[in-house]
Design a protein around this ligand. Sequence first.
Ligand code: HEC
Ligand code: HEC
Ligand code: HEC
Ligand code: HEC
Length: 190
Amino acid sequence: MIYWVLVVGAGALVVLLLVLRRMMKSLATRPERILAFLAMAVFPALWLAGMMSYADHEFKKVSFCIQCHEMGEHGESLTSDNDESLAAVHFRNSRVDRETACYQCHTRPGLSGLVEAKMKGLHDVYVYYLCESPEELELHGEYDTSICLKCHGEAESFLEGWGHQAILEELQSGEMSCLECHDVAHELDD
Ligand code: HEC
Ligand code: HEC
Ligand code: HEC
Ligand code: HEC
């Protein structure tokens, strides 16, 4: 769906620019030409900004992620009734924005996380369409604890709860992962 919007949008823009170019040739006066020229610069800029914000919004959606990950059953794991499963516990209780749950838990905080997420997205699309997808999905590298901390780091329930205080430094520095104890991320059926 998103791909179609992007392709049709780009097509419409090209047509518009061609029309404007023709119009420009028939325009006589200088102000008219300047105006037409500005229109040619403004439309693409508006289009680009609109498309980028639209794409950004769409690419964060669970529905976008699971169009490819259905087989991995990660989408279904969101509604599993396993109370140990982090994805399910967060999704079922709306502890992450439901519409963008995957993105929330798979994007590191800050600008570098944002850029990394875009690169990763390109990588996923590349592998999906041009290579053989792996039978079983695996994280590239370890899950980064800073993702959990971006929501929990300052929260009383985490700081005061259980015995996190004693291991706070190790958690913050990344020496210890939350997953050492909260060790079910996705409950997947075999
Ligand atoms: C509450 C946070 C959370 C949510 C929500 C979440 N994930 Fe995860 N996901 C994790 C964690 C943590 C791991 C790392 C598991 C590990 O290393 O043992 C993981 C691992 C994965 C993996 C690697 C394979 C695996 O199972 O270990 C994939 C693929 C994945 N998630 C996709 C998704 C998709 C797609 C969604 C949305 C449908 C999603 N995740 C939602 C936390 C989450
Ligand atoms: C076009 C299909 C496609 C879409 C859309 C897609 N993925 Fe993936 N994803 C893949 C493929 C293929 C792999 C395996 C890549 C590899 O192993 O190199 C993968 C691997 C992963 C992994 C495990 C490897 C890693 O990067 O650590 C995670 C986590 C993941 N995807 C999360 C997501 C999330 C979150 C979204 C939505 C924001 C998403 N994916 C959207 C196809 C897709
Ligand atoms: C987008 C924000 C967000 C992210 C990312 C996130 N959480 Fe949470 N999580 C919450 C909120 C909000 C709650 C409910 C309030 C609370 O318990 O502090 C919660 C609750 C929990 C709970 C208690 C669950 C229960 O049974 O009620 C655990 C355990 C937890 N999170 C661990 C993690 C771990 C580990 C990670 C990283 C893999 C993580 N969270 C990532 C927002 C988040
Ligand atoms: C050494 C083990 C351990 C590590 C590491 C750990 N936790 Fe916990 N955590 C627990 C235990 C045990 C509980 C209490 C039982 C439960 O709710 O699962 C708990 C409870 C929680 C709760 C629920 C608190 C409440 O009462 O509402 C949250 C939220 C949480 N942990 C988040 C995190 C996050 C985020 C990390 C990583 C930054 C983390 N934990 C790392 C063991 C750990």
